[in-house]
Design a protein around this ligand. Structure first.
Ligand code: 6PG
Length: 241
């Protein structure tokens, strides 16, 4: 594994294979949970195949560790506004891996008969009520090949007030909700996952020397709350480090 300090707000760990990177991602969360004293430990889940593989790994490791699931509150970093049983639901995806089945609390973004803006308002209040104004403890962020993260897409407004907003996106099906960038940046720990050769171009852009503020994933990590980028050699192969 190679470690690379990108800048004051971002560090990368580069693993020989995707499987090793996924294993490290799972262990990083388990270790974070074990050393976090307060309750609840808030974890914001993302959608996508990369986060899904990490959830599956955590589930596979559950019998090897005494994970205090009752201390954990799962939230979502973003969601497609479809029923919780819909195959495109990020809640459905996490549930299908078994991750939600060990006694943790889980707070889905979607509920029926509400507009996206109403759901954003409700989730904003829920975060405030459950976390008493504290930021998310652990944000798990996948990144799309276009540089989106959560459901913050390149054309979306990024410097907005509040914790949750309706995602502005015309390329992807379903209306979505997403944590706002300023709120996501407050997370105590942010881990960003970029694995595989298809992510090599966007990885080189996001972690390259040229500032690319039009890409939401470029904004992950601040000097106050640096972000950890987990890569494999495939996704890192175009990086000029
Ligand atoms: C979503 C996700 C999204 C995802 C990335 C990476 O709801 O679509 O939150 O941000 O994490 O698109 O997805 P892959 O890992 O499948 O490339």
């Amino acid at each position: 594994m190679r470690e690379q300090i990108i800048d004051a707000r971002r560090k990368a760990l580069i693993f020989p294979t995707k499987d090793l990177a996924i294993a490290h991602a799972a262990m990083d969360l388990i270790e974070f949970i074990e050393k976090t004293p307060h309750v609840p430990i808030s974890i914001a889940l993302s959608g996508g195949s990369t986060p899904k593989a990490i959830y599956q790994k955590i589930v596979s490791l559950n019998s090897h560790f005494k994970i205090p699931w009752e201390k954990i509150a799962f939230f979502w970093g973003d969601e497609r506004l479809v029923p919780l049983s819909h195959p495109d639901s990020n809640y459905f995806m996490a549930k299908s891996t078994g991750l939600l089945g060990f006694g943790s609390s889980a707070y889905p973004m979607w509920q029926p008969d509400h507009t996206a803006d109403q759901l954003a308002l409700l989730y904003n209040h829920l975060l405030d009520k459950i976390l008493h104004g504290r930021p998310i403890d652990y944000l798990m962020a996948g990144v799309g090949e276009d540089g989106h993260t959560l459901s913050l897409f390149p054309q979306a407004p990024m410097q907005v007030a509040g914790r949750v907003m309706r995602a502005e996106d015309h390329l992807h099906p379903h209306p979505r909700l997403t944590l706002t960038l300023p709120y996501a940046q407050k997370a105590t720990k942010t881990v960003v996952y970029l694995f595989g050769s298809a992510k090599a171009p966007i990885t080189a852009q996001i972690l390259g020397k040229k500032p690319l503020p039009h890409l939401p994933a470029w904004h992950l990590g601040t000097e106050e709350q640096p972000a950890l980028f987990l890569l494999d050699e495939e996704s890192a192969k175009m990086l000029s480090l």
